[in-house]
Design a protein around this ligand. Sequence first.
Ligand SMILES: Nc1ncnc2c1ncn2[C@@H]1O[C@H](COP(=O)(O)OP(=O)(O)OP(=O)(O)O)[C@@H](O)[C@H]1O
Ligand SMILES: [Mg+2]
Length: 135
Amino acid sequence: MSSWRMSRTFPGSPIAIAEARRFITTLLGSRPGIEDAELIVSELATNAVRHSASGRFGGCFTVAVQADRDRIWLGVLDQGGPRAPHPLPPQEDEEGGRGLALVAAMAVSWGVTGDEQGRIVWAALDLAPQQTATR
Ligand SMILES: Nc1ncnc2c1ncn2[C@@H]1O[C@H](COP(=O)(O)OP(=O)(O)OP(=O)(O)O)[C@@H](O)[C@H]1O
Ligand SMILES: [Mg+2]
């Protein structure tokens, strides 16, 4: 399978998080390991809506995907704001603060770029190549 890229912009509302997840499922649904990609996009989209200016009235976020034969790159672009993404140390008995740590654990690499005008939180995942007929 050759390399491809796709992106889609969603309204910055909690309802759009499930849509962002379905976007990934539709694009990558036939590839083994898709669950990790779905979870990463759900966490990053949730963060964009909850913690960045994307969650303001009229805000939006964009999900970008690049897929190569055995690796995918997922990015969520938000509309920035005063706070910056930072993984929190593990906290027992506490709800929350686990999303980015989870992303970091699942991804081959991940990172944040941008500033208060807008940020991209991205993650790269190794994914088994799509099976193709051999006969
Ligand atoms: N897109 C973002 N823009 C601004 N700040 C962010 C963004 N994503 C994460 N953060 C900051 O980084 C912190 C850690 O994010 P993380 O996803 O690990 O935890 P959480 O969202 O607080 O809780 P959980 O994901 O477990 O529900 C957040 O509390 C928030 O302050
Ligand atoms: Mg989170």
